[in-house]
Structures are given as C-alpha cells and as structure tokens.
Write a protein that binds this ligand. Sequence first.
Ligand code: MN
Length: 270
Amino acid sequence: MSYPPTALSLPLPCVQGSPDWQRVDFISDVHLEEREASTFDAWVHYMDHTPADALFILGDLFEVWVGDDTTDAFAAQCTAVLQRTAQRLPVYFMCGNRDFLVGTGLLQTTGMHGLSDPCVLELGAQRLLLSHGDSLCLDDVDYMTFRAEVRQPAWQQAFLARPLSERQAVARALRTQSETRKHTHTDYADVDAHAARAWLGATKCRTLIHGHTHRPAQHDLGQHLQRWVLSDWHADTTPARLEVLSWLQHEAHSPTQGLRRWPLNQALAS
Ligand code: MN
C-alpha cells in the first residue's frame, strides 16, 4: 500500500541563482548533535572553508530542533557558525524531518534564506528540483501519517507553546522510538521513483536533488531525468561518510549537467 504523493501547489517557489555563481554546494543530513563532536568539527571546517558561491542545506542539518528558542550552548555554537557562513556567502536552508521546527527566528538570527520543500533552483538554463526527500518515501505509511500531522501550522503552534523542557522530552521519546524501530526494521523506505518522475514532470525539471535516505547515489530515471541523493554525514565511521554535492558552472554542459559528488577533502581542496 502506498500513501498518495504529497500534492504540489504549482507553481513551486523558485530561487533564481546568480549568473556569477561558479559553484553551488548542496549538503544535507549532517545530523548535528553535541555527542557527535567529530562530525560537528568536520562541518565547522567545511562551513568556514568551502569555496562555493552559494550553499543549499537540504534538511536534517540538526539531529533534533525543538524550537528557535532553544537555549543550549551547542545550539548557540551551531547558530554562530551558520551566521558567519551566511555573511561570507548566501546560505539557503530547507527543513528536514528532524529539524522541521526551524523557523523564522533562526533564519533571522543567522541571515539564512528559508526554502520551501520542494522548490526549484534555476541555474542558467537548468532547473533543479530540491527536496529533503522524506515526502517522497511513500511506502513508509506510518511516517507519512505522522508527517501530515506535525507539518500542520496548528500542531506546530500548539507544540511550540509548550515549555522547552516538555518539548525536549517529547523529542527524546520520539528518538528512542525511532532507534527501536531501526533495530526491528531492516527494510527502509526509499524515494518512490514514480512519484519522483511525476514531480519532475509537473515542475519541468530534469534533475531532483534530495537527501534523507542516507543512500548517496545518482539515479537515472529514464527520459533524461535524474535523481541525485546527498550523503549523510558521519565522521566517526571508517571510511568517514562526509560528502558534498557541487554544481560547477564550467561543467554545466557535461552529461552530469555540472553536478559532482565528492568527498569533503576534495570538495575543499578544489
Ligand atoms: Mn531526514
């Protein structure tokens, strides 16, 4: 059984890339949290040194975010990094399923631009469709039901009105639930190829870029349509999972349309 695909309200919001952008970076699923210090350090290094002209963060930057009024020291550190990066280059932020409660407060503090999920990015003649990806994992019926509930403005207002400590407790309980589920389920839902093609067709895009599934890859969807999947970030595994997707203007006419997945060290060295 499949859940009906998330309806698109067309036309989608569209970000117009600057003709001056030689390189655009895409990252997602960094899952920043205090206890993952090496991943945090790698991310800080990347943010301070990427030679990209613009950065698109496509969801789950944070392992959890229970509201922009979060006061802990780790959130403050992350905010400071985002702030100084956004002073150096334009930074665009899309929410994922872990950090869907990032709101205008964090965007204003950091100077990042908010992105709707999905949205279109125009780079010259190219139209890229950007999404976190969770809304296309149609086979995960339980999650799709949960998502439909928590993405309602009324649910979010009510949740954000609860004391911070209560919200943190809810987040911890959800996380335990999800960890338990990981141990009992071995088959994870993936992006539904049919739905991805339908989205691309409806938005006149040829390329979908998303994260969420932690299955970095480049998929040919037929009819000149492509799906590029971003890597999650994990510095403490061997080999480390630290990867960036870049769009390079000077390769825009290549078969990959300028897109290149590369390990963090290469992405920083170029
Ligand atoms: Mn996700």
